[in-house]
Design a protein around this ligand. Structure first.
Ligand code: ZN
Length: 249
């Protein structure tokens, strides 16, 4: 969750929520549940996290969606007043898919709010900006709010048109929210690709490897930038720890 001084509460993805079980009740969507069994009994949903921070889910004004895999969009329907900031091309790649074609992309149509298209704001309509040299080899992105604080960058491969967010508010150390472009910070730092079997679920192995290589290079060049990945075991702890000025290990 990001507390933006002018734009209010912003979420980056929404994780799992109990409606995942309903969305995977019927075949062929149940295949998703068989492939990735989920236990949410003791876990907070995105809405729980918002409430724990002292806000109501109604107060969330923007949800940035990195990509449309089910484990990133289960909570979308819990935030009735939020706009959805996402890649138009990423949305187009999944929005009409149903049945096996959807499951193949880890997309569960029932998780999408009925009015998604009306509430969507395409990142491609934001200003395209050049990134400072310290973020090379990434050269450009979309300045989502025109204030230089949240810049969407392309991280394709794991999913079609996946995006990450570069957070640079000038007062805190910069952070890159990389979603699923890497599985752990350590793997990116060591430029260690996932097991070959993992590539089965990626939309493009070639793009994934290229993105991963660029993240590894960024890590090598810019040790002050925190790279945070959704499934990284260190990410949860990192969220509660003060920044120690160390490298991105
Ligand atoms: Zn994913």
């Amino acid at each position: 969750m990001i507390e933006h001084p002018e734009k209010g509460l912003i979420l980056f993805d929404t994780g799992y929520a109990p409606r995942f079980m309903e969305a995977t009740r019927k075949f062929p969507y149940r295949i998703y549940r068989w492939m990735t069994p989920v236990d949410m009994e003791n876990d907070f949903t995105a809405a729980d996290h918002v409430r724990a921070a002292g806000y109501s889910p109604d107060e969330v004004r923007t949800i940035i969606i990195s990509h449309f895999h089910a484990d990133h969009i289960c909570g979308l329907r819990d935030f009735p007043n939020a706009k959805f900031l996402c890649s138009r091309e990423g949305y187009s790649a999944v929005s009409v898919r149903r049945g096996f074609a959807a499951v193949k992309r880890a997309f569960l149509p029932d998780l999408m709010p009925a009015d998604f298209a009306e509430r969507a704001v395409w990142i491609e309509s934001a200003d395209r900006v050049k990134l400072p040299a310290e973020y090379a080899p990434f050269a450009e992105g979309y300045d989502l709010f025109g204030d230089g604080k949240l810049t969407a960058i392309a991280l394709p491969g794991h999913a079609d048109h996946q995006i990450g967010i570069l957070l640079t508010d000038g007062t805190l150390p910069p952070v890159l929210l990389g979603a699923d472009a890497g599985w752990s910070r350590k793997a990116v730092q060591e430029n260690r690709l996932p097991h070959p079997l993992a590539f089965i679920v990626f939309d493009s192995s070639r793009d994934y490897k290229a993105t991963f290589g660029r993240l590894a290079e960024l890590c090598r060049r810019n040790s002050g930038l925190r790279q945070v990945f959704t499934h990284c075991p260190e990410s949860r702890a990192l969220c509660d720890l003060p920044y120690d000025g160390g490298d991105c290990e």
